[in-house]
Every structure is written in structure tokens, then in C-alpha cells.
Design a binder for this molecule. Sequence first.
Ligand SMILES: Cc1cc2nc3c(=O)[nH]c(=O)nc-3n(C[C@H](O)[C@H](O)[C@H](O)COP(=O)(O)OP(=O)(O)OC[C@H]3O[C@@H](n4cnc5c(N)ncnc54)[C@H](O)[C@@H]3O)c2cc1C
Length: 422
Amino acid sequence: MKLSQTDSVFDLVIIGGGAAGFMAGIACAENNPGLRIGIFERSSNVLSKVRVSGGGRCNVTHSCFDPETLTRSYPRGGRELRGPFHVWQPANTVDWFQSRGVRLKTEADGRMFPVTDSSQTIIDCLIGEAKSKRIRIQTGREVVQVDSNGFGFEVLLSNGEKLTAERMLVASGGLKKGPILNLIRESGHSIEPLAPSLFTFSIKDDLLKGLQGTSVEHCEASIPGTRLVQSGPMLVTHLGLSGPVILKLSAWGARWIQDQSYRFSCDVNWTGTWTQAETRDRLKQERTCSSRKRISGTPLFDLSKRLWPRLTERSGIPDDLPWSRMSSTHLESLFTHLTRTQFQVTGKSMNKEEFVTCGGVRLKEINFKTMESRKVPGLHFAGEVLDIDAVTGGFNFQAAWTTGVIAGRAVAECLQSCRSPT
Ligand SMILES: Cc1cc2nc3c(=O)[nH]c(=O)nc-3n(C[C@H](O)[C@H](O)[C@H](O)COP(=O)(O)OP(=O)(O)OC[C@H]3O[C@@H](n4cnc5c(N)ncnc54)[C@H](O)[C@@H]3O)c2cc1C
């Protein structure tokens, strides 16, 4: 369906029908009813990332209600989000959905999902809200050009249709080559280098062979020669290492790792929360207490029966050696492999559950009280198009909801004050 002449005049044009675009449009309409708001989405469906998110369950946000603590989950953008999180944080997200009939539940690790365990619940809520506020949602409409004319914007769609808008919101998601990247650059904005974030490490090492599915509850992973170190659960996959600790490391190291072309060393401390002294003492204690038992058959530090013998083998300990015959060299070698097994990473693979783009519109060029550009008046940004990204756990959507709400409210207020008679 083509837009008619009157249909092509908007107060706010939103580029991108994702989480940030929808939240912004709804917030704008709520705060200034009657505005002509349009969401333009290039693909045939809106909210497609919401649909696949969290394995189809949508990890909407995280049960962290202290703005300061919240910012620590953002390798990029945490500092800038401090103020915005005082305006709109996970508690607001929970209330917002709850007051629209969508109850959220919290899992043991803090991730929050709809009680239905279906992302469709979130999609239905956002689309229902947008429709009830008379926001026009157009799919199959790619924005290819935006020109500022001093009074507002002229927008060109890929099918040749033209729109005018008093204000624009770019909520086009993680940047890649294409018209949006070009138009952002042409508008005078800088783009922080783009790199994938939240990936798993490809490793070919005999120690991991056949161990896929093995998990270790508390691990520490670090990258030697850098300050990159993270702790948390680890998972061995058929490709290498994964799990929250690796995803966090990939997020904090996204740019450095890209610079190494995804080939680097990674150290793993399998004992996790044990200190070095405690680990050594524990091995010595076992040597005294379990003297007749085989070392390779006595897993310690909650390590699995499958992983433990790999570590003893790697430490040069014969399979049938009892603890009583463990030499100091064996003990030191086992200690070293337990606390620092070094792996060579040879590539990355994207995590099915969640991945994001590190990099995007430079944050210094944005006013975080309004999400408006400091370079082009009337142009706002929200969501992943900005140089903001987080570790897994619902933090990425939270950034989209927060920046979307702030942008939407700011547009609503501005259009109200610009138009109200003095
Ligand atoms: C598989 C997967 C699972 C995820 N799971 C989670 C999760 O459970 N929890 C979490 O917090 N985060 C999750 N994330 C990250 C999260 O989805 C994103 O951070 C979030 O969607 C960003 O929202 P956004 O609105 O900024 O961008 P998007 O959701 O990417 O929306 C942007 C939209 O803009 C459209 N667009 C782009 N260019 C144009 C154009 N020129 N014209 C018109 N439209 C355009 C795109 O088609 C897209 O629909 C996941 C990501 C992936 C890939």
C-alpha cells in the first residue's frame, strides 16, 4: 500500500521497528497524544530480534535495580547510561509491562522473562500499545536517505516514497555497511569502530576433546598480557569454550580480540573462587587423606569425573598413580594446570542466544538527557545504533528501553513546547 500525500507528513519518523523504536514511539505518543508518529521498518516483520531473543523467551531485562551497579554490565556506554538509568531502569521496565498485563519472572541468575516464556507476549504488548496510540507501522520500508532542511527532515524510502518529519529517531539497531551508516556519517557523526560482541572461543585442544556438554560452575578466564579477566560458569562445546564467563570476556575484549584477528591465548583457572594458597593446601591435604586412591579418579574443586583426569594427564601424572606417591613436581604441575591451563583461541563463533554489535554512534555527540544529536538538532538516536552494548542477561534490551523512552519523551515535550502558544 502506497502512502497518500497526507500520510507522508509526520511529527516523528522512527527508522527501525525494533525494541528501541517501539518504546520511543509509544513513550512519545503517551506524552503528547495526537502526534503523527510513524515507524518505518525495512524487513517484512517488526520486532524480529525480540522474537528470537532469549531462545524465543525474550530476556526482557535484568533484576538489578541499582543504576550504578547496572552500568557495570556495559563494556561500552555504562558511564553515559548512569543518568538515563536514574530516569528509566529495570524496575520501570517491569512496571511498564506489568501495568499492560505482562508479568515478568526472575530466574536464579537475575534474568527476567515473561511468565509465558514466550517472546510473542512482548511483541503483542508492544504492537498493541503502538496501534492503540495510532502509531503508523510500515514494514518493507527501508529509509535510504534523510536530509535536514532547517525546519525538519525529508526522508526517502527505498521504494521512492518521500516523507517529511519534524523530528527523526534513528533506532536502526547494530550498524553494518548500508544506507544508515552512510547517512549517519553524512550527518557529521562519528562512528566508533564496529566489532561483534558476545561470541564463544573456537579452540582445538586435546584436553577438550569429547568433553562437550561439560560445565564448570565457577571458573576464571583471562587473556594474558591484558587486564581482561572474568569469572562465572564455563561450558565446553564441540567448538571450544563457551558459557557466561567466555561471553563476558568476549564482550569486554571485543575490540582487542578483533585486532588480534580472533587468534590469541586464553588462560583458564578451573578452581574459580579458590585462592592459590587454598588450592595448593587442598592438594596437599588430599595427598595425606586419600593416600591409596588414584589421583586421576579423585576429582576435586567440584570438577567433573570427565574433566579432572584430562587435567591430571596434562600434568604428566600417570593414570594409576595414587595420591601417596604424588611428587612435589606432580603437585606443582597439577596446581599449574588447575589454575592456569593455557588455550590457543583460533576463531570465534556467534552465540545463538544473543549477540550484539560493539561500536556505533559516538556517545559524546549525543545529549543523554534527550538522546538528541549535538550535531543535528531534531535528530535523536536510541538502542544498539549507539556505541552501547552489554554482557548477556537482558541488559541490551534494557538499554534499548531506556534510551527509547528518553528519546520518545524528549520529542513529545519538544513538540509540545515548540507549538504551545506563549
Ligand atoms: C539472536 C539474538 C538474541 C538476543 N537476545 C537478547 C535477550 O534475550 N536479551 C537482551 O537484552 N538482548 C538480546 N539480544 C540483543 C538485542 O536483541 C538487541 O540489543 C536489541 O534488539 C537492540 O534493539 P534496537 O531496537 O536498537 O535494534 P533492533 O532490534 O536490531 O531493531 C532495529 C530495526 O531497524 C531496522 N532497520 C535497520 N535499518 C533500517 C532502515 N534503513 N530502514 C528501516 N528499518 C531499518 C532493522 O531491520 C531492525 O528491525 C539478542 C540479539 C540477538 C541477535
